[in-house]
Design a protein around this ligand. Structure first.
Ligand SMILES: NC(=O)c1ccc[n+]([C@@H]2O[C@H](COP(=O)([O-])OP(=O)(O)OC[C@H]3O[C@@H](n4cnc5c(N)ncnc54)[C@H](OP(=O)(O)O)[C@@H]3O)[C@@H](O)[C@H]2O)c1
Length: 254
């Protein structure tokens, strides 16, 4: 797929992966629709982007369906057609069994899962009409198997990964592509704390280069870093008790 001249909507564009993606996509001559809650961050980013007058930004909480609907309505009114959506906004909270709270899950799913669905609900009909478009969701390697202290995050990403895989089947004979992006540990605000170990920690620009190469090569899944992602995939074959003991011991050692 040629990215040149495409209009790309990015959620979570104010920092980390989304921000770097915006930067690298302008080098590919893309027009951007940037979405996040922190306006000053988006304004500051826009100032640094080449062709800044072409790009637009919206302040929007992706967990708020009305706000997402309003953004998509405005795009429609302004005649902006989205070629590619990269639904990247996400949050991660440490999960501690002793503080078990359903509210934690509601919050994480509201952003990581429903925040994706709201955009697809709004933008898919136009893609179906044109029989063209790309829906890319940023999930995580934690979507493959349960992880310690990450029950709400891992569950939301597993739901997201499974969702996009299902949608891909339903859209198989159409011109719409569904892309699953599964990063390992990448430098960003989310991984800013230095306390927990982050094997194969990747620089943001390298991670985004992988994403862009994957989009250009029309991959169904873009996963990295290679060694960790293959290990995560392979771990699905591990017997459950073996996997639980392995992760438990790993956590104890931290
Ligand atoms: N970094 C990693 O190691 C890693 C690994 C696997 C997957 N991921 C996934 O990659 C994606 C990007 O994360 P990141 O690492 O780049 O973290 P980040 O630097 O914390 O960026 C998260 C982005 O999401 C936006 N966001 C959060 N809640 C939002 C909401 N309610 N409405 C709108 N925007 C919201 C934030 O913008 P505002 O706060 O301005 O709204 C920010 O731009 C996430 O989905 C994350 O789960 C990251």
């Amino acid at each position: 797929m040629k990215l040149d001249g495409k209009t790309v909507l990015i959620t979570g564009a104010s920092s980390g992966i989304g921000r770097e993606l915006a930067r690298q996509l302008t080098e590919k001559n893309c027009r951007l629709v940037l979405i996040a809650r922190r306006e000053e961050r988006l304004q500051e980013l826009l100032k640094t982007l080449p062709g800044k007058s072409e790009h637009v930004y919206f302040i929007c909480d992706v967990a708020n369906q009305e706000q997402v609907t309003a953004v998509c309505r405005k795009l429609h009114e302004d005649g902006i057609t989205i070629d590619i959506m990269v639904l990247n906004a996400g949050v991660s909270r440490y999960f501690l069994v002793k503080d078990f709270s359903v509210e934690d899950f509601r919050y994480t799913f509201a952003v990581n899962f429903f925040g994706v669905l709201y955009f697809i609900e709004q933008l898919l009909p136009a893609m179906l009409q044109r029989n063209a478009g790309t829906i890319a969701v940023v999930s995580s390697l934690t979507g493959y198997r349960g992880m310690p202290k990450a029950a709400s995050y891992a569950a939301s990403k597993a739901a997201l990964s499974n969702f996009i895989e299902s949608l891909r089947i339903d859209l198989w004979k159409t011109g719409i592509k569904c892309v699953l992006i599964s990063p390992g540990f990448v430098k960003s605000e989310m991984t800013g704390d230095s306390s927990s170990p982050k094997p194969f920690f990747m620089d943001t620009d390298k991670a985004v280069q992988r994403i862009i190469r994957g989009l250009e090569n029309e991959k169904t899944e873009i996963h990295f870093p290679r060694r960790l992602s293959w290990l995560a995939k392979f771990s699905r074959l591990f017997p459950d008790k073996f996997y639980a003991r392995l992760m438990y011991n790993k956590r104890k050692a931290e």
